[in-house]
Design a protein around this ligand. Sequence first.
Ligand SMILES: Cc1cc2nc3c(=O)[nH]c(=O)nc-3n(C[C@H](O)[C@H](O)[C@H](O)COP(=O)(O)OP(=O)(O)OC[C@H]3O[C@@H](n4cnc5c(N)ncnc54)[C@H](O)[C@@H]3O)c2cc1C
Length: 467
Amino acid sequence: MTAIVWLRRDLRLRDHPALRTALDCHEHVIPVFCLDDRLLRGRFASGPRTQFMLEALADLDAGLRDRGGALVIRRGSPEQELARLIEQSGAEEVHFTQELTPFGRKRGLRVRRALERTSAVLCAHPGLTVADDVTEIRTQQDRPYTVFSPFHRNWSELPRRPVLQAPRAVQLPAAIEAGEIPTLADLGLEQEVAEPMAGGEAEGNRRLERFLAGPVDGYRRGGQDDLGREGTSRLSAYLHFGCVSPLQIESRLAGGEGPQAFRRQLCWRDFYHHVLWAHPDNARQEHQERYRGTIDWVEDGDLLAAWQQGRTGYPLVDAGMRQLLREGWMHNRARLVVGSFLTKDLGIDWREGEAWFMRLLLDGDEANNNGNWQWIASVGTDPQPYFRRIYNQALHMERFDPAGVYVRRYVPELASVPDRWLSEPWEMPEEVQRDCGCLIGRDYPEPIVDRRAAREAAKARYRAAAD
Ligand SMILES: Cc1cc2nc3c(=O)[nH]c(=O)nc-3n(C[C@H](O)[C@H](O)[C@H](O)COP(=O)(O)OP(=O)(O)OC[C@H]3O[C@@H](n4cnc5c(N)ncnc54)[C@H](O)[C@@H]3O)c2cc1C
């Protein structure tokens, strides 16, 4: 008896309900991953994220081989490739982890239709989110949630299933060729970031253990927001590709303040998956109807390029954008500051920011990215008015990077600028500029917009849209 496990964003062996169920009832199991050009070259194509994924696939393949099996790689659409594999292997069942994004759901539906023409049964499993089924979390009026806090209360009280161990043995049918994991170049993509994290379950678990061994306890007391300190888990990309199970992470958290604050953060991920599932149109348009097509966004390629390349003249914005270019990851506090700067100070459409993030982020995740971009652009589910989210990068620096550790790390031309001038270097007297070897306008850009005027323009833009 043979079953197929169709893998997507669940590239792990531990706590994998689909894999476990397939193994429990079948002698042979074919874990297959389909490299689908519709995704690889689609709207959110990304060299850095694909490279991370290829590493995660290689790690999974190694884990399966250690257990007597192998990862089967196919290039093509899953509806065709799965049907072909069923024909070749006589598989009776196809197990997969439930997806919630609009593309994931459509793809699931196409596979379901294609498999109706075969004798195999398609079986969905949990594993994407901490809670097994975030679509079942509903308000008292039996509606999906749009506000985080009550969602979080409800979510916290839900029972959890037991966390599953990794399987001991996996046996592939002899007649099935594993196929090869291609290189990034084979896929026609390029690595665009210089210092990316390595992909895979092994690395994800190492990071988890390191985080649980110390940083998690300080997570609430500054660890979460201190830009200079590596106080967060950096597990987002591992969570995005399912290299580590979100439930497995939650199950390891103790009861203190730090672990519980971290648990709440995991809930944001479940929340945004819930929101995008309930409102798939959010993927392309503002959640708030009054802002759909009504905001007079600025279209300026030079301003956008300065933001993308970290050359705005605003140190914290530039540090964040250059961290993204260097690592394919950015600290959450910096994501908020650069998001506010793009949409409010520059007045550029949040979709431009969403797309740039999706191109470079290793953790680029449609639900999380879209939800957070809509949040910072004040057009999403969050009920706060737009003027609450016009951030001042200098004030953020004073609070979250007071010694300038983060800014100096990512903007080396500001390394010798005295603390006093670091958040607003354009205010530096000329002789100080000369003394520290950083002439504004030559070594570091002048601010590309006037902050006060930009703030007023942003308010006017949103006011006009809502009228
Ligand atoms: C404009 C913008 C875009 C973003 N785009 C993405 C994205 O594409 N993918 C992504 O995973 N996160 C995104 N985030 C959320 C957040 O910045 C990252 O999840 C976090 O910085 C990842 O680092 P970490 O793993 O060290 O987080 P930790 O602080 O260690 O948090 C643990 C986990 O909780 C989840 N989490 C934490 N904060 C959030 C949040 N605000 N929303 C949703 N989940 C959260 C993540 O899965 C994260 O890995 C975005 C935030 C902003 C403001």
